[in-house]
Design a protein around this ligand. Structure first.
Ligand code: XIL
Length: 356
């Protein structure tokens, strides 16, 4: 059997001692493994309008997800109107090129259109949630094989007695909304992979520990109630300035995997607003964070899929919330703004590739 090291060539170049987290060690023994499909979140207009973007996607991706498009704010301009143009186009593109499309997302606290503020009773919330799932999951039945049914349900700094993030759904239906969303999605498309998607589990901070505890408790409760739940989506929006808690993350993944759940990496990028300005140094730190994150998961189980939240630094959500004080552009993604692969792409390729 061929041995393979996950150590990255030149990763520490240009960095002061101690600037990097513990780098991956070569595993003691290796076994054969299959390739993990890689993909990215898409802005569908760019697939049509930007040939370089399209080329990059065709070269690198096997899986696509809409960066928007299936969110309430995009699909539901009015209570009685659904606009499927973007997801339809993305699915057509995926189909035409033999790629899979993931669904993101059915119940989320953010990205809700203004008119939903008129939903103020339990009955109205239940009706709206079910109508939405019936219509959207129903439309793509058999064509979108994996859905982020509920997104970001746990609050940012969960208190023991108040772990859930406020949202229209949580406020009117309670935690039960998660069961309702999962059961309804399963009823509409019994073959769909049902994913609970969330972020903020990977650093050695009290906040991440609290989030892991709250998330595990929620998942156990869902399992105990017999809620259909197949997989956990770890978003992986990694704060670049923070170390990865490899042990804590591995233990967390191991508990989830032990409950029979598959693991997906759904939205990987490295938020680089607090990293040094030099692009080469920044790119190496970005790569090393992702490497530590992926390896902590991979030490327990190979994720079913790895997606980044965008493909090129030219188009990323990061500056919306995390623009740099020095005004330099963010560099969170595997390709730079000219579509050239960065060290992060090497990390992803090394992690996702098959091995004999
Ligand atoms: C973001 C998109 O990237 C933005 O374009 C949009 O305006 C807001 O949402 N976690 C998620 C994603 O689950 O849906 C978010 O996407 C990024 C954080």
């Amino acid at each position: 059997m061929r041995r393979r090291q996950f150590v990255l060539g030149g990763l520490s170049a240009g960095l002061g001692a101690g600037a990097l987290p513990a780098l991956a060690r070569a595993p003691a023994k290796t076994t054969a493994r299959a390739a993990i499909p890689f993909g990215a979140a898409m802005r569908v207009d760019l697939l049509r309008d930007d040939p370089d973007y399209r080329r990059a996607v065709l070269e690198h991706c096997q899986v696509l997800v809409g960066e928007g498009g299936l969110k309430w704010i995009d699909l539901r301009p009015a209570a009685d109107r659904f606009v499927f143009d973007h997801p339809d186009r993305l699915l057509a593109f995926a189909d035409a090129h033999g790629m899979q499309m993931r669904g993101h997302t059915l119940a989320w606290y953010a990205g809700m259109p203004k008119w939903t503020e008129a939903i103020t009773t339990k009955q109205a919330a239940e009706r709206a949630l079910y109508e939405h799932i019936d219509t959207v999951v129903g439309r793509y039945k058999g064509r979108i094989p994996s859905w982020d049914v509920v997104n970001e349900a746990i609050s940012d700094n969960p208190a023991i007695d108040k772990p859930m993030r406020p949202s229209l759904w949580q406020d009117l239906l309670g935690t039960q909304h998660i069961d309702m969303a999962f059961r309804r999605t399963a009823a509409v498309d019994p073959k769909v992979q049902l994913v609970l998607n969330d972020f903020g589990f990977e650093n050695p901070t009290g906040q991440c520990r609290a989030k892991r505890t709250a998330f595990l408790r929620l998942v156990k409760e869902l399992k105990d109630r017999g809620t259909p739940l197949h997989a956990i989506g770890l978003q992986g929006h990694l704060p670049g300035e923070k170390e990865i808690d490899r042990e804590g993350l591995s233990r967390f993944v191991s508990e989830l995997h032990g409950m029979g759940l598959a693991i997906l990496v759904t939205e990987l990028d490295v938020i680089d607003d607090k990293l040094p300005p030099d692009p080469a140094i920044r790119d190496e730190i970005v790569a090393s964070r992702a490497q530590a994150f992926l390896q902590a998961i991979g030490d327990v189980v190979r994720p079913e899929v790895v997606l980044t939240w965008g493909i090129s630094d030219k188009f990323t959500w990061v500056p919306i919330w995390f623009s740099r004080k020095d005004g330099l552009p963010n560099r969170p993604l595997p390709l730079d703004a000219n579509y050239q692969p960065k060290p992060l792409m090497r990390v992803i390729k090394a992690f996702t590739s098959a091995k004999a």
